[in-house]
Design a protein around this ligand. Structure first.
Ligand SMILES: CCCCCCCCCCCC(=O)SCCNC(=O)CCNC(=O)[C@H](O)C(C)(C)COP(=O)(O)OP(=O)(O)OC[C@H]1O[C@@H](n2cnc3c(N)ncnc32)[C@H](O)[C@@H]1OP(=O)(O)O
Length: 154
């Protein structure tokens, strides 16, 4: 069961191309908690998100949705660790320190892709996450991500 609100809809003032509700030309992905350390996201590609062959999803878009899904997970986790509801009180921001994507199989352009993110480890300054992206029922990409806490004027 998903929590009622997407993580991105609780984070204020986010203009990010991949996950910002304020970016009307962006991808506007939505992520949801499914467990204490796990989130999911479903992204439906548009035809112009294609790779060279029109039936496959562009690798940069794959990296972007994995980046945004994991960093938003780290941000929401930061609020949880602080004992606050996401988006309340002083802002908590994380930026991508490392995004290591393995492309394992082509992802289809005409089907939604399913992402999961898992928090492996957290400290005050950084969160280590793993992300998996599935298309057509098979794992097409995995990513190892370091989210680094940054000041809210970053
Ligand atoms: C409200 C609106 C919300 C808005 C919501 C926004 C959601 C945005 C989602 C998309 C996110 C993006 O694309 S963000 C855009 C892409 N990313 C960037 O532009 C980041 C550019 N890089 C930087 O600004 C900086 O290098 C940082 C912040 C990553 C690190 O800065 P720093 O100040 O030098 O930090 P530093 O002390 O070195 O590192 C802190 C800890 O992280 C570790 N660390 C840092 N980088 C790495 C790394 N590549 N691999 C392993 N570990 C690393 C360090 O070892 C250290 O661990 P320890 O010693 O503590 O153990």
């Amino acid at each position: 069961m998903h929590e009622p609100a997407a993580i991105q809809d609780q984070i204020p003032e986010n203009h990010c191309y991949g996950c910002g509700p304020e970016n009307d030309r962006g991808l506007q992905i939505k992520s949801y908690w499914t467990g204490e350390d796990e989130t999911v996201c479903t992204f439906t590609p548009s035809p112009h998100h294609c790779a060279g062959p029109t039936q496959y999803l562009n690798g940069g878009i794959i990296a972007t949705v994995m980046d945004c899904h994991t960093i938003c997970t780290a941000i929401a986790d930061g609020y949880r660790q602080a004992g606050r509801a996401t988006g309340t009180g002083d802002k908590i921001w994380y930026a991508t320190g490392k995004l290591d994507v393995q492309y394992r199989a082509p992802a289809l352009i005409d089907e939604p892709v399913e992402l999961t993110a898992k928090i492996l480890e957290r400290s005050e300054r950084k969160t280590h996450l793993q992300c998996e992206l599935k298309s057509g029922g098979r794992v097409c990409a995995t990513a190892d991500v370091i989210a680094v806490r940054v000041p809210d004027n970053w």
